[in-house]
Write a protein that binds this ligand. Structure first.
Ligand code: PEP
Length: 251
């Protein structure tokens, strides 16, 4: 099954309005007409409207870094799916390890967010991945299986088809350490087997699984050449148009 490569940039808590404007303009100039790779950029909430204006008419899509599952109401600090839709967001990252680690994200809240996003017509990018301790103590498969099953609980095949998974070993995020292409591929094959178990072969075959964790121009080609690595979720290297393009290019 040929899966179209999908590269997404997670800007995290970086870029003020001026910086985001410049970065988005540079990205659109460098890769706004690329059609053989799906590209998305995920700026902070405060820059979504402006970046939406910049990417409009290009092939670069807009993503958000998180969302809340309720539609509206007294949830100070939260942003709903409808709000994201209204400013032109297509994708939403859900369950990033930083959300899990610092902000109390659980498999249950991931599942609620995924369901709300799908109901609103947003496309979830669901993050899973083990910590170094979990890998060293042999719990890696259990953790990844639990996170994947948690995220996809109660989803139909049709809904699951709209999701992307990002395998992000926590020990490789922002550390400069990258999973070897073999380590990444093994994890992706395992994740795909969980999806197959839950939702069948067709959904598993079509599911795009991105790798995330210090992916950069120097290692992207080898990682993306693996049979089950269908793209990348990029942090640090997405903050400069040339390094982001250096990842999109080999893809
Ligand atoms: C991420 O946080 O999604 C990520 C992959 O970060 P980095 O590329 O900086 O490791």
């Amino acid at each position: 099954m040929a899966r179209k490569t999908f590269i997404a940039g997670n800007w995290k808590m970086n870029t003020n309005l001026e910086e985001a404007t410049k970065l988005a303009q540079d990205i659109v100039a460098a890769m706004g007409t690329v059609t053989d790779v799906d590209i998305a950029i995920c700026p902070p909430y405060t820059n979504l409207s402006e970046v939406a204006r910049i990417v409009k008419g290009s092939t670069v899509k807009l993503g958000a870094q998180d969302v809340y599952w309720e539609a509206s109401g007294a949830y100070t600090g939260k942003v709903s799916c409808g709000m994201l839709k209204s400013v032109g967001v297509t994708y939403v990252i859900i369950g990033h390890s930083e959300q899990r680690q610092y902000f109390g994200e659980t498999d249950e809240t991931v599942n609620k967010k995924v369901k709300a996003a799908l109901a609103a017509g947003l496309l979830p990018i669901i993050c899973v991945g083990e910590t170094l301790d979990e890998r060293k103590s042999g719990k890696m498969d259990d953790v990844i299986a639990r996170q994947t099953k948690g995220a996809f609980t109660g989803l139909s095949a049709e809904d699951a088809d709209k999701c992307t998974i990002a395998y992000e070993p926590v020990w490789a995020i922002g550390t400069g350490e990258t999973a070897t292409p073999q380590q990444a591929n093994e994890a992706h094959v395992f994740i795909r087997s969980i999806i197959k178990e839950m939702l069948g072969e067709a959904v598993a075959d079509a599911m795009r699984i991105q790798y995330g964790g210090s992916m950069k121009p120097g290692n992207a080609k080898e990682l993306l050449a693996q049979s089950d690595v269908d793209g990348g979720l990029i942090g640090g290297a997405a903050l400069k148009a040339d390094s982001f393009f250096g990842i999109v290019q080999p893809a």
